[in-house]
Design a binder for this molecule. Structure first.
Ligand code: F6P
Length: 368
């Protein structure tokens, strides 16, 4: 494909939950666009919210210097601003009132002369972006999320850092588990996908790994803890996904964020399980919910490299005129996939995942 020479000005936004590596992508997009292609770059503040509210500012080379190793996003983000279903207030009963403000958002992009908008985000951001295409805006997606649950890409940036953070937490909590002969549960994020818990659990040597894809059986879980305390080691380290649930049962909901396109926030299953295990085994048990610690801090070298590759590839796509697609990594190669194929879908851990199989083979309980 030849270079698309009519590109002059591109926008970039970060949407959804923040995650390590966002700044590395913003830097790679901005520097490649300016230095390699002489494009102008505009940054949209707070994701789609800034597009709706027309908060858009120029990004110069100097604006993206020294941000490679910084967590968060210099542009800000929002996980409550879907232009197609934007909360504009509340009715008399306190329920949110939604409006489709896509035309307003696209109008602001047009007024600023944006040829393409680079949307860095997860499945919610890709859904929002794909709907804006229907209103005449060209987009390119970059896959972000600590959950690693985007379709058609083997990996998202932010995942590696979150796995490292959660692994370190397991390493630390193991010392208390061992010293006090306790069952210690460590709850990890990931929504309905168990990637983060599976990988951190394997890296941190968890004895039990509970992921949303495999319903757990509390009685079996208790039996495993008792067996370990009698015959093996006098403690059990459990890595549990926030989305884990009993076989045939429900997830534990922490809160409902009504204005959000994906309103359910999970959390608390480790506390429920800790009580059940204490009662069922008479062993002492504690739960630690890692929460947003997993989203913060400096990206690992792996995530900085991945984010840089993704950001540069996004600009290459724009220059080739390969629009309305998302950068993806498949089999170790950078490629692109249609953004509509990614929107509103989640990639779950398959039951024949090699790491899952290896964990089982090594005697790790998956709770079933
Ligand atoms: O998608 C990223 C993520 O951190 C999930 O793992 C988690 O369920 C959710 O976002 C938490 O969202 P919030 O920051 O709105 O509480």
């Amino acid at each position: 494909m030849s270079e698309c020479t009519n590109m002059k000005r591109i926008g970039v936004l970060t949407g959804g939950g923040d995650c390590p590596g966002l700044n590395a992508v913003i830097r790679a997009v901005t520097k490649s666009a300016i230095a390699e292609h002489g494009l102008e770059v505009l940054g949209i503040e707070d994701g789609f919210l800034g597009l709706i509210e027309n908060r858009i500012r120029p990004l110069r080379f100097s604006d993206v210097s020294n941000i490679l190793d910084q967590g968060g996003t210099i542009l800000g983000t929002s996980n409550k601003a879907d232009p197609a279903r934007f909360c504009v207030g509340q009715d008399r009963k306190g329920s949110p009132i939604f409006e489709d403000v896509s035309d307003r958002a696209v109008g602001h992009a047009r007024d600023r002369g944006l040829d393409v908008l680079v949307c860095i985000g997860g499945d919610g951001t890709m859904s929002g972006a794909s709907r804006l295409v229907g209103h005449g805006l060209s987009v390119v997606g970059v896959p972000k999320t600590i959950d690693n649950d985007l379709m058609h890409t083997d990996v998202t940036f932010g995942f590696d850092t979150a796995v490292s953070t959660a692994t370190e937490a397991l390493d630390r909590i193991r010392t208390t588990a061992s010293s006090h002969h306790r069952v210690m549960l460590v709850e990890m994020m990931g929504r309905n996908a168990g990637w983060l818990t599976l990988h951190a659990g394997a890296a941190g040597g968890a004895d039990v790994i509970l992921i949303p894809e495999i319903g757990y059986d509390v009685e079996k879980l208790c039996a495993r803890c008792v067996d370990r305390s009698r015959h093996h080691k006098a403690y059990t380290l459990v890595a549990v996904s926030e989305g884990a649930k009993p076989a045939g049962g429900e997830v534990v909901v922490d809160r409902v964020v009504h204005e959000s396109p994906d309103p359910i926030r999970l959390g608390g299953v480790s506390e429920v399980l800790s009580e059940q295990i204490s009662e069922g085994t008479q062993l002492e048990s504690r739960a630690t919910i890692l929460g947003h610690v997993q989203r913060g801090g400096r990206p690992t070298a792996h995530d900085r490299v991945l984010a840089t590759q993704f950001g540069h590839h996004a600009v290459e796509m724009i220059m080739r005129g390969e629009l309305n697609r998302m950068v993806a990594m498949q089999g170790g190669r950078l490629t692109t996939v249609s953004i509509t194929e990614v929107a509103d879908r989640q990639r779950l851990v398959p039951l024949d995942d090699p790491l899952l199989t290896a964990s089982r083979a090594m005697g790790v309980s998956m709770g079933d």
